[in-house]
Design a protein around this ligand. Structure first.
Ligand code: FAD
Ligand code: DLZ
Ligand code: SF4
Length: 508
């Protein structure tokens, strides 16, 4: 008796566990574009287009490799609208009584599959370096789950940048050489842009028709949509950007959206690239003298360190993680996150880029959009929904720990040892946004003062009880306490007035 093999939109590799466990001569692959998946948040049209085009091409690839594939496009009149609905329909059609699937990257869908009317056997998703059991055993009994120690385990496990038992270059972490302010010249034009072929064009038309009111531009569309193109994007990064990756990892420039970033997260997360192949390509560049150790170590740490670590946290913490709100924040997400006008250049730029590209790099996400939401006290659930919707690489397993944990401190300090908050000074040091902003970053109070300067102290003041005992924040509180009483009152009053105007829907 044949079985159905479910392949989800972010499981596009022949190495996915359910395919490895199945038999192409008997079992039938099911793939489906469904409303339930396109609507749990209002995804950016580029994200939907990227996934649908990549799914369609992957289905063809599987057919070419001898699989029977039942593929349901979104506009198929028979489309049941949900993954389980499609499984049931295909089970009726083929007489299959069981489904093999690879564990989804979101609790919501795991629960759905567990309660599907057709029995679903879930295989663990082993595209990651650490299994659930390994992460759990690393975490067990630790007072704090800091990424750095986990990362060292992953280095030992993979042998990446290791000379026997010793880290290459005699150090685990070269970050003190990284994170320079933005340079005047960027010697990289960004990722390669792939011209849409007929399959992609068809999907773009569909997405334009069906998701016209979602935030984001579907065209111009330039993402890779199959493995070969994604590999081309990786090779391009290693040659043209990796050598400077570490130095300018935290820089932001008005005219350069990608700087020296890889722009491969959509491909990694959807299965078009594997984390180990990416890291091996970077390591080879260092071994051959094509990229320095600070760049390569920093890059590999993002993948076998941060990426694996956040996934571990998501599954360790369980389905209620996204509902956490340790700081009790409850403000609405301001409309300028959805493109309404703002005078804050850093936010306007990061949001405009997000609308056009479905991409922003880490520091824009953490220190501009994330920083502002945290300082302003926005409800983390709203912040979470925004990030899950607007980035082409966003799936809950990776997005939630970054947003709820790292960026919004809503998990109470599991991921971050202190909140990632800064005044305008940090943004000014790392970017050129402030030069063309309506606000003055040098002004701390009064007409035209940078809102980040006001909100920074407002945040520290309102969360004093929680944070003043944190040794990493003691200096900030000492600085605040040294200000004279009048000045502190002015800062808090102006910050409050700014938040009131923002809530009232004024352009701020
Ligand atoms: P590069 O800067 O070139 O880094 C290389 C790779 O390292 C990335 O492709 C990514 O796979 C990995 N990586 C780097 N940092 C992280 C991290 N913190 N967590 C996981 N992987 C990491 N990443 C996502 O893949 N999906 C998300 O939904 C997502 N949401 C985020 C939300 C916030 C608030 C923050 C602060 C970060 C988020 N990140 C997310 C992490 C990071 O911003 C992106 O992975 C990165 O910007 C992707 O662009 P890139 O490929 O150019 O990355
Ligand atoms: C994100 C997404 C979207 C927009 N659409 C589909 C879809 O139509 N069919 C599908 O199989 N997967 C889709 N996905 C990816 C799933 O939402 C993803 O597998 C889960 O969020 C778990 O990571
Ligand atoms: Fe952003 Fe303030 Fe700089 Fe304007 S002055 S770009 S609001 S940090």
């Amino acid at each position: 008796m044949s079985r159905l093999v479910l392949v989800l939109g972010d499981q596009l590799t022949e190495e996915i566990a359910a395919l490895r466990a199945a038999d192409p001569s008997q079992d039938i692959v099911v793939m489906a574009e469904v409303r339930d998946e396109t609507s749990y948040v209002r995804h950016h049209p580029k994200k939907i287009a990227f996934l649908f085009a990549s799914m369609r091409k992957f289905a063809e690839r599987l057919r070419g490799a001898g699989w029977r594939v039942l593929y349901t496009p979104l506009d198929d009149p028979e489309n049941a609208g949900s993954i389980c609905g499609e499984l049931l329909r295909r089970a009726d059609e083929t007489g299959a009584t069981e489904v093999l699937a690879t564990e989804p990257g979101e609790w919501r869908l795991i629960e759905t599959l567990r309660h599907c009317p057709v029995p679903v056997a879930l295989c663990e998703d082993d595209r990651f370096i650490a299994s659930h059991a390994e992460f759990e055993s690393w975490a067990e009994g630790r007072k704090s789950l800091r990424m750095e120690y986990f990362y060292r385990e992953m280095r030992r496990k993979t042998g990446l940048l290791m000379e026997g038992d010793t880290p290459a270059g005699d150090k685990w972490n070269f970050d003190h050489e990284n994170r320079k302010p933005a340079p005047d010249e960027i010697a990289n034009d960004g990722p390669p842009r792939f011209d849409p072929d007929a399959t992609v064009e068809e999907v773009l038309d569909l997405v334009e028709r069906e998701f016209a009111s979602n935030f984001g531009d579907v065209r111009p569309f330039w993402f890779a949509t199959d493995r070969e193109e994604a590999r081309g994007a990786l090779d391009h990064f290693v040659t043209h950007a990796l050598p400077c990756f570490g130095d300018y990892q935290d820089a932001m420039l008005d005219g350069h959206r990608f700087l020296y970033h890889a722009v491969i997260s959509p491909y990694l997360n959807a299965g078009l690239l594997s984390p180990l192949e990416v890291c091996r390509a970077a390591e080879a560049a260092w071994r051959d003298g094509r990229a320095p150790i600070n760049a390569v170590e920093g890059f590999i740490r993002q993948i076998i360190g941060w990426r694996e670590y956040v996934r571990g946290i998501y599954f360790l913490e369980g389905p209620d993680y996204t509902a956490r709100n340790a700081l009790g924040h409850d403000r609405r997400l301001p409309d300028f996150y959805w493109g309404a006008r703002t005078h804050m250049r850093c936010l306007a730029q990061s949001v405009a880029q997000t609308r056009e590209e479905a991409y922003a790099h880490h520091i824009q996400r953490l220190m501009v959009t994330g920083n502002f939401a945290l300082l302003a006290g926005v409800d983390p659930a709203e912040v979470h929904d925004w990030y899950l919707a607007v980035y082409a690489d966003a799936y809950e397993w990776v997005e939630a720990p970054n947003v709820i944990g790292m960026s919004q401190f809503a998990d109470g300090g599991i991921v971050a040892s202190k909140p990632y908050v800064s005044s305008g000074a940090y943004i000014n040091r790392m970017s050129d946004y402030c030069k063309s902003c309506d606000y003055a970053v040098s002004r701390k109070t009064g007409e035209g003062a940078c809102p980040f300067n006001l909100l920074y102290w407002h945040f520290l003041d309102r969360h004093r009880e929680r944070f003043e005992g944190n040794p990493r924040m003691a200096q900030m509180y000492r600085t605040w306490d040294r200000m004279d009483e009048d000045r502190r009152r002015t800062v808090l009053r102006e910050a409050g007035a700014f938040l009131d105007r923002m809530e009232a829907g004024e352009t701020v």
